[in-house]
Design a protein around this ligand. Sequence first.
Ligand code: OOG
Ligand code: NI
Length: 465
Amino acid sequence: MKTSQASPDVLRSRFARALSTMYKAEMPRYREMSELVAAVNSETRRAHPELGRERADAGEPDRLNLERHGAIRVGTPQELASVRRLFAAMGMFPVGYYNLSTAGIPVHSTAFRPIDDDALRRSPFRVFTSLLRLDLINDADLREQATKIMARRDILTPRCRALLDIRDRDDGFDETLADEFVSEAIETFRWRGAAATSAETYARLQSAHPLLADIVCFKGPHINHLTLTTLDIDAAQGALIARDLAPKPIIEGPPRRRCPILLRQTSFKALAEPISFADGASGLHMARFGEIEQRGAALTQSGRALYDRLLRDVYARVPLPASDPVGFQHALDRAFAAFPDDMDRLRREKLAYFSYVPAGGDRASTHAPSPRSLEDLVASGFLRAEPILYEDFLPVSAAGIFRSNLAETEPGRAVEDDDRAGFEAALGAPVVDAQALYQEAERRSRATALQALGVDEIDPPATET
Ligand code: OOG
Ligand code: NI
């Protein structure tokens, strides 16, 4: 990249703003939700000014009301490779492999997201991207028909492809091309109420699986939701109910805690939107909604194993949360009493990742005597430990989100086989390992902090690999 060129971070940030503007114009209910979330956030900030420091996802006020993620579903390996190329131009890379077939949803997914701390800070926007698994659709005729329909479309505009070629050649975009690139890029994600198939084909695909119709029948992978962040998701959920915005009955993820972990999410349910078919008929399509999230600490492998185990117990007790939200909430609270809820324990028991910062104030001018263990330095106030924010997604939550927005409430037939190799072949690259990113972030912060204090690291790494 040359200095006169727009950086990938700048492109991502403009792209996220453009998508937000487009989605709000397409969907007044999303605009309404965004106003409500902004109001909850400023109220929470007013009532709890300390949140800026204590809560990992507080962010700066002007950044708080920007979208954190969106989601799309693509149909073919070529389409996945195309979006990979598009997102790479904006500094977003595939992190993680999510096998949703275990929950009866015929897709597997990744999250295209910024990877390093600076990039995340500059613009945290990411796109949860699912690829249809036609191999999980039983009807061979339908598989063939779906393949033929999708072979006719290119989800990138011709100009967008040309711009990506220019980028490869010049290693970036100058300002004029950058603006043009963003406006071409959002075309891929635009909602088009005109289905590319007849009503009959749509109905066949829909009855095989509602996702199939959504992925196959349109001209491209419309954004199916954008997601805002909140400082208090329980308050946001209450506000959705109070404003009749019909949220899903449960908040996905861990229960409310003093120390937030991972990711909690809610949404208003997909709207039935008018569509027209290629044969002139018209109908209603349910796919698009708005989401709210609250993020907490990233968990280590053992923290995550504990989370997964507790959540499994909850689902064993209440298999269909949507039909018993109160019982589910109760079971969730009970089970998670077993998950330590204080930052110091989360850190010392190596359940969550932390970054270490030399403490300011009095301590900054005192030289820490060397050698000292990391624990000593934290205990004596030379180092401050802050939870590292979870930047990824949760498969069980994602499955719940898919389900509540399809005309389907019961889990579909579960298939265990993951096809990471197939996914990575389609992508044309391996996915990045999220755990490795958090481990490295913790290791780097520790090394930098100790170096700043002039202390040699003498104790073993704080987090096992
Ligand atoms: C994606 C659902 C997953 C999340 O926040 O977990 C997701 C979809 O419905 O396409 O966005
Ligand atoms: Ni989402």
